[in-house]
Design a protein around this ligand. Structure first.
Ligand code: URA
Length: 203
């Protein structure tokens, strides 16, 4: 069941949050990114997924997970019958971090300061959505939530009395795309799919 509604007046709302976030200057990443990519999905979603940061396509289109990593995620969701539209999908860091190389923009992993600066937006999204299940995709999302190591937490549901949601950790879909060895990639894709099967059963 959903947690009981709070009785006090809401301290925050979506309009404020999106407007404030759009003007974010809390770290230097806004200088080179096209735009801030905010989360999307139902405001009262039952579950939420957190990725790392927008990639090249996301930066241009202004929506999370619309590039190659989004394709891997969509395939895993489709196989379980889960509907992406029912989840709230966001990133730990909301501006694209990259280095230019010729015509391409090469993704750079956000550092601890950037993750920490952006945590304010993520915390407010979690507070507003109040998901029952929160799925982290990869190590950056885990770090943004102050959780432990991916290798220890992966593939299981974690609850805590101080936490309003159940947490599930899996790898980032881009990790699967980067694996050079096809048989290793097939094996990792299978495990990623098993993680989503477990999520679907939980939901
Ligand atoms: N990778 C992410 O972590 N998030 C996106 O939105 C796209 C790629």
């Amino acid at each position: 069941a959903r947690p009981a509604p709070r009785l006090e007046a809401p301290q925050d709302d979506w309009t404020n949050l999106r407007q404030e976030a759009r003007q974010c200057r809390l770290c230097p990443l806004h200088c080179h990114a096209t735009q801030l990519v905010f989360g999307e999905g139902p405001e009262q979603a039952r579950w939420m997924m957190i990725g790392e940061q927008p990639g090249d396509q996301e930066d241009l289109q202004g929506r999370p997970f619309v590039g190659p990593a989004g394709g891997v995620l969509d395939a895993a969701l489709a196989q379980t019958g889960l509907d992406r539209q029912e989840a709230y999908l966001t990133n730990a860091v909301k501006h694209f971090k990259f280095v230019p190389r010729g015509k391409r923009r090469i993704h750079q992993t956000p550092n601890a300061e950037e993750i920490s600066a952006c945590r304010t937006w993520l915390a407010r999204e979690i507070e507003l959505v109040r998901p029952q299940l929160l799925v982290t995709l990869g190590a950056t999302a885990l770090s943004a939530l102050g959780k432990g190591k991916l290798s220890t937490l992966r593939g299981r549901f974690h609850g805590a009395p101080t936490q309003s949601y159940t947490h599930f950790a899996t790898v980032h879909p881009s990790y699967l795309l980067r694996l050079p060895d096809p048989s290793r990639q097939a094996q990792e894709k299978k495990q990623f799919q098993q993680d989503f099967n477990a999520i679907a059963r939980w939901l």
